[in-house]
Design a protein around this ligand. Structure first.
Ligand code: ASN
Length: 356
């Protein structure tokens, strides 16, 4: 991590934020091989901010900025990247009133979800944003996303990990990327907006934020995720005709400790005893298996159809309406904790940070 570099904001305010540039298109520059993370992000941001209307510039909160020495395209992120981000926020936690993470959009919702579990009880805002176009593109989305993220990161009412994108503030652990090109790249399918930009105002909706019991008393869980980067948790989306040997190839491997199953509709599974047998065996070996839907909206209700009833008996945990990102990063997080299988299963079924 580089040393924080002070960017003087034009508005004198008491609030002090830390911006961390981790990578992504927002800070990319064109190379002979296509867009790649660029350098001197702090200077480039300072220059870009001069393009904001003077009034908007003056309203920005003050912030320091650090850039990772090797910013990445977020397709290269893994659980250790999530751990690094959480640990950097935890290290700086006492020195700042809020944090903005500038991140690539491709796996932004994965990092945001993971941060939520690692930074439980957060008493200040952590706002993750990025852009579909680099900072220097005229009329691109980068500047507005940074402006909005800074405003929400200075709102002390917000006490959770959130994603700001295209005028909308979303709960981080409820967010998923929905578009490859549009600036409206993120959605929060099963949770209302935490806030939004209305004209020049950045309006936070406290009633949609985390309940008091889930915030305000930092109880960070900064486990070592190194082992989790080696493929210990797999993600399997069903397809018509999936064969028991295929499921077994994933879940039977001794290196695998957890699996996220993406089921049909409200939580249905092929009526194939050998497939169920693979699940039951994996659960019996202490592997943490959870099921969510392939549908982007709504929830699973394991057992409401006969076609899904046997999943519960095979030890599969319901992920309700969690996003794949929220369910997968929760499995990683729980498997990295020094707790027993019963506790892990109980905690998976308990809402920890408003993820379900
Ligand atoms: N490939 C980029 C990334 O995720 C996409 C972006 O940031 N818009 O780093």
């Amino acid at each position: 991590m580089a040393y924080p570099q002070n960017l003087t904001a034009t508005a004198p305010q008491d609030t002090r934020l830390l911006v961390i540039y981790a990578g992504g298109t927002i800070g990319m520059e064109m190379t002979p091989h296509g867009l790649a993370p660029g350098s001197h992000f702090a200077e480039r941001l300072e220059q870009a901010l001069t393009h904001l209307a003077a009034r908007n510039r003056q309203r920005l909160p003050s912030f320091d900025i650090i850039s990772y020495s090797t910013p990445i395209d977020s397709s290269a992120a893994n659980p250790v990247t999530w751990q690094q981000l959480a640990s950097d926020i935890a290290t700086q936690y006492q020195h700042y009133d809020g944090f903005v993470i500038l991140h690539g959009t491709d796996t932004l919702s994965w990092s945001a979800s993971s941060l939520a579990y690692q930074l439980q009880g957060l008493a200040c805002p952590v706002v993750v944003t990025g852009a579909m176009q680099p900072l220097e593109v005229a009329n691109g989305d980068a500047l507005e996303n940074i402006e909005g993220a800074l405003h929400f990161a200075s709102n002390s009412g917000l006490q959770e990990v959130a994603v700001y994108f295209a005028g909308q503030l979303l709960r981080g652990v409820r967010t998923t990327k929905q578009h490859t090109e549009s600036p409206m790249a993120f959605t929060s399918p099963n949770h209302p907006l935490l806030g939004e930009r209305i004209g020049e105002e950045f309006v936070y909706y406290p009633s949609h934020g985390l309940a008091a019991s889930q915030r305000g008393a930092p109880r960070f869980e900064l486990a070592d995720y190194h082992g989790m980067g080696e493929g210990k948790v797999v993600r399997i989306s069903l397809w018509p005709g999936i064969a028991p040997w295929q499921l077994e190839a994933w879940l039977g491997d001794s290196r695998v400790q957890g699996g996220l199953l993406q089921l049909w509709g409200a939580g249905n599974f092929p009526p194939h005893p050998e497939l169920l047998e693979v699940l039951a065996t994996a659960s019996g070996e202490g592997k943490l298996i959870a099921g969510i839907s392939q549908c982007p909206q709504g929830s699973v209700h394991l057992g409401s159809y006969a076609a899904g009833h046997d999943l519960v008996e095979a030890g599969v945990l319901s992920g309700d309406g969690m996003t794949p990102e929220a369910a997968y990063t929760k499995l990683v997080h729980l498997l990295a904790q020094p707790i027993d299988d019963t506790d892990r299963r109980r905690r998976f079924l308990t809402p920890l940070v408003g993820e379900r």
